[in-house]
Design a protein around this ligand. Structure first.
Ligand SMILES: Nc1nc2c(ncn2[C@@H]2O[C@H](COP(=O)(O)OP(=O)(O)OP(=O)(O)O)[C@@H](O)[C@H]2O)c(=O)[nH]1
Ligand SMILES: [Mg+2]
Length: 404
């Protein structure tokens, strides 16, 4: 079914998919299963270890026809019952998606994970859903997939089915998003099947949208609101006031209010982007210099030995001494990028008064698109590769080709 595709004709397309949900819903598990990356920590129910506290980016290369999707799955910290930190979690997610938006990177979709074994969805779950709805924006809900997890983990399969039906039909739960003109999708996650997990991602691959939260916070044509005045932020802010009235914990309230008062810090963003561009330009020139040097070495060696050794001489001609220098230079370049990222994280944490700061992944150079570029010192971290043509997932591609 599959036709051969040459390396030249493949287009690399980086896209971002945000994974959200309450703590323990299975976000990290989903990402670990789909990327095959078993180093991602997942929660241990007993000890609370493995809880994700920072926004994290895990990349999966997924080829469909002539497009190589570089899918960035963004693992986010889960909202939980202690609502004191709702503001902090929302601000970390906001910082990530706002940066993605500012860099014109493609946000393809949001997966919202929900644990089907939960007997009921309490206040925190419902608040989280309202925040999600407002964060995306009503006319963009088709970019969201509501994914239920932990199927078969109770002794009552009928109960699981009936909870799914309640989620689907009630306006309090998923109903609003599913019965909208731009409707969200619903899916089930099975950790035993990577193939089916990929099918959850498939419909989102061609999407690209601007979340309402970023339109309200960072779009220069928009109102440039602080977090707490955006529609999503208001859900948190209103709840904080209620909490305060109920148990009057002033210190926590003030901390959360400070976070909600935060605006996207344009100054730090612009300054670091300029510094990054300068650094990468320098590295690109060094890289060009390295290749020129190699060409010179090969040229000289070929001229000297091709007569005696034949045309294969070029392959033997790379000067090992020079490669040591080149590799030292590449190491220095990597260290400089790592330092810049670290500084950015720290400075943005100070500027926005949040723990963690902005996710430094925007410093990765999206213009680096070929394997040669990657080999030559630019790091795109934690890559997992699935070539659908060579694996058990090939049926997905066949299926799509049939539909095309
Ligand atoms: N059987 C089964 N277990 C699951 C499934 N999804 C998650 N788990 C388990 O549920 C626990 C919590 O999963 P995590 O992936 O850490 O949840 P999370 O959403 O990342 O949680 P936070 O990082 O705290 O926000 C882990 O022990 C997982 O092994 C599922 O679909 N089936
Ligand atoms: Mg997690």
């Amino acid at each position: 079914m599959r036709t051969d595709v040459s390396a030249d004709s493949i287009e690399v397309r980086p896209i971002y998919i945000l994974v959200m949900g309450l703590t323990g819903a299975g976000k990290s598990t989903f990402i670990s299963v789909i990327t095959g990356n078993d180093t991602i920590p997942v929660g241990d129910a007993g000890t609370m270890e493995g809880v994700t506290s920072e926004v994290q980016d895990c990349t999966l290369d997924y080829r469909r026809g002539e497009i190589l999707y570089e899918i960035h799955l963004i693992d986010s910290p889960g909202f939980d019952d202690g609502c004191d930190n709702d503001a902090e979690i929302l601000s970390r997610i906001a910082n990530y998606i706002n940066t993605t938006y500012k860099l014109k990177q493609t946000l393809a979709g949001v997966l919202y994970l929900h644990d089907i074994t939960k007997q009921r969805m309490g206040g925190v779950g419902q608040r989280n859903l309202r925040m999600l709805e407002n964060m995306i924006g009503i006319d963009r809900w088709n970019n969201c997939t509501l994914v239920t997890t932990k199927w078969g983990c109770t002794t009552d399969p009928k109960g699981e089915e009936s909870r799914e039906e309640t989620l689907r039909s009630s306006q309090k739960y998923f109903g609003a998003m599913l019965q909208n003109a731009q409707q969200a999708q619903m899916a089930r996650f099975d950790p035993k099947s990577k193939g089916r997990a990929l099918e959850i991602l498939n419909p989102l691959l061609g999407h690209s949208f601007a979340p309402e939260l970023s339109k309200q916070m960072v779009d220069p044509k928009g109102p440039m609101l602080p977090l707490g005045e955006t529609d999503a932020g208001k859900v948190v802010a209103d709840n904080l006031e209620e909490l305060h009235r109920a148990n009057g914990e002033l210190e926590k309230l003030e901390k959360a209010q400070a976070i909600l008062a935060q605006k996207f810090n344009q100054k730090v963003f612009t300054e670091y982007r300029q510094r990054k561009d300068k650094l990468l330009q320098k590295h690109r020139m060094q890289r060009a210099g390295r290749w020129a040097m190699r060409a010179a070495i090969i040229g000289g060696a070929v001229a000297a030995s091709v007569g005696t050794m034949g045309p294969g001489a070029a392959l033997l001609a790379l000067e090992p001494g020079y490669e040591k220098i080149a590799s030292r230079q590449r190491r220095k370049e990597r260290a400089a990028i790592a330092k810049l990222k670290q500084d950015y994280k720290q400075d943005s944490a100070v500027a926005t008064k949040t723990r963690g700061g902005y996710n430094p992944d925007w410093l990765e150079d999206r213009r680096v698109q070929t394997m040669e570029d990657l080999d030559d010192g630019y790091s795109l971290k934690s890559h997992s590769t699935i070539d659908v043509s060579d694996s058990e997932y090939s049926y997905i591609e066949d299926d799509l080709l049939e539909k095309a």
